[in-house]
Write a new protein. Structure first.
Length: 188
């Protein structure tokens, strides 16, 4: 069988197949059927959806494995001994601290006062500390540990200013105090 015979056979088979997909008009021209057009469009739509999903899947995989940015790092302060830490603290007058505790955040401070209230739970301590013994200059102190101090004791604390701390009192008032995260507490 030569090339000429193969071409003729192909055209005959193509004509048979085409007759199923084309309607013959009265003038002898062939017009594509609507079924063929709809099937073709649906096949193209499915193919495009599959291709789009493949690209989305590739982009999602790449973005989760290779971030496009680096995480900001927080500078790590060098570890200080207790003596060095206590020497690095300063005294901020209560009125200055109370005026803008968030502006003084992370400053190392030292205060001496009388415990108005102390609560220990789960190995940590919370103290309301009156700096002059009254209720006009109270700071809120947190301490990661426990202490022998009790209500009414005079203590000295060394710590970092956290900023402001707001809580609801038993009388349902919102109270905002300067908060200090104490590193060291000494009962005087």
């Amino acid at each position: 069988m030569g090339i000429k015979e193969l071409k003729e056979k192909f055209h005959k088979n193509d004509a048979k197949l085409s007759s199923h997909f084309h309607k013959t008009e009265v003038d002898g021209t062939k017009k594509p059927s609507w079924v063929k057009i709809i099937i073709t469009w649906l096949a193209m739509l499915i193919l495009l959806t599959l291709v789009a999903n493949a690209f989305t899947s590739i982009n999602t995989t790449q973005s989760t494995t290779t971030p496009h940015y680096s995480e900001p790092t927080t500078p790590v302060e060098p570890q200080m001994s207790e003596k060095e830490y206590k020497a690095a603290t300063t005294y901020i007058p209560f009125k200055q601290l109370d005026k803008n505790p968030d502006g003084k955040a992370r400053e190392k401070v030292k205060y001496t006062g009388t415990i108005v209230q102390i609560m220990e739970s789960g190995g940590s301590t919370e103290i309301r500390l009156a700096l002059s013994g009254g209720y006009d200059d109270i700071i809120y102190v947190t301490y990661s540990g426990t202490t022998d101090a009790v209500e009414g004791d005079t203590v000295t604390i060394w710590g970092d200013v956290y900023g402001s701390y707001t809580y609801t009192s038993e009388a349902n008032y919102q109270i905002t105090l300067p908060r200090i995260d104490a590193k060291y507490i000494t009962v005087n």
